[in-house]
Ligand binder design. Sequence first.
Ligand SMILES: [Zn+2]
Length: 139
Amino acid sequence: MARGARSGDGAAGRRAGTPPDRICAGCGRTIAWRRALAADWDHVRWCSDACRRRGVRPVDRDLEAAIAGLLDARARGATICPSEAARVVAPDGWRELMEPARRAARRLVAAGELEIVQGGRVVDPSTAKGPIRLRRPAR
Ligand SMILES: [Zn+2]
């Protein structure tokens, strides 16, 4: 089940009155709840002005599709590097797509379609630093 897809479940493990996390539609990171956003929390989509301005472009959807395509072509449990997806989308300009590929990976984690791992362990997409690998969640 996708994280954040539930509602009205009592927000187990959180202080009463603290709303569920929201995930940025751009970078896929958890949006920190702050009082200034409280009135419109259910409609907050972006973590920052930068993410809102950038939005989600066709190349970003291409990266999501490339990640899915690469994983579908591998054995169950196999991992890929985000750079592989970037190379699929832009063989000659893939370096510029490295951060967009990581953003695409985080969005797919938020959708429940992907895990980000480091050293074989699942890590928090919002805080992972350094090289990451991507795999399908175990079912
Ligand atoms: Zn963001």
